[in-house]
Design a protein around this ligand. Structure first.
Ligand code: ADP
Ligand code: MG
Length: 153
């Protein structure tokens, strides 16, 4: 699969990329956010959610697993599955209801939900580079390919 990348030199650049990601996804679909603790997954999510119009805080929903943000362009569900012990928990949460034609799902620690999460349109991986982070993205669906192309412009 073709990978594309962008260097985000600081937190502001990360949030800016989030705004571009929201536009590229047209406020809908599934984005996996991979990368270790402290790589900027929540920062990137904050950029997406703020660009959609949310003005309050955006913190990782570490204990609740998911935080909804209802915005004009649709609902954004921000998942953090770090503390998920058993993917079956996602069944009890009614995971399928979150993924729809009118929602954008951002998923931190998608590996923890393997088998029960819908596939990603776009897989975004964050890594440290110098003082900043490199953002690597890869499309897994047709929708993801359109988004990946838009991000490349
Ligand atoms: P994660 O959700 O992956 O654990 P966070 O988004 O909480 O990571 O970010 C961890 C730290 O990395 C924060 O202090 C944040 O300011 C910083 N950070 C985020 N993006 C960048 C970047 N592009 N360059 C440098 N620091 C960043
Ligand atoms: Mg986080």
């Amino acid at each position: 699969k073709m990978q594309q990348r962008y260097f985000a030199k600081d937190e502001a650049a990360m949030e800016y990329f989030g705004a571009q990601l929201l536009l590229a996804m047209q406020h809908q679909g599934v984005v996996y956010l991979a990368g270790d603790l402290g790589m900027g997954k929540t920062t990137l999510s904050r950029g997406v959610i703020r660009a959609a119009g949310h003005q309050g805080n955006v913190k990782s929903p570490t204990y609740t697993l998911v935080e909804p943000y209802e915005q004009e362009g649709g609902t954004i569900y921000h998942f953090d599955l770090y503390r998920l012990m058993d993917p079956e928990e996602l069944e009890y949460m009614g995971i399928r209801d979150y993924f729809s034609d009118t929602s954008l799902c951002l998923v931190e620690w998608p590996d923890k939900g393997e088998g029960l999460l819908p596939e990603a349109d776009l897989l975004v991986t964050l890594e440290v580079q110098a003082q900043g982070r490199v953002i690597i993205w890869e499309a897994h669906t047709q929708k993801g390919r359109v988004a990946a192309d838009n991000l490349n412009k």
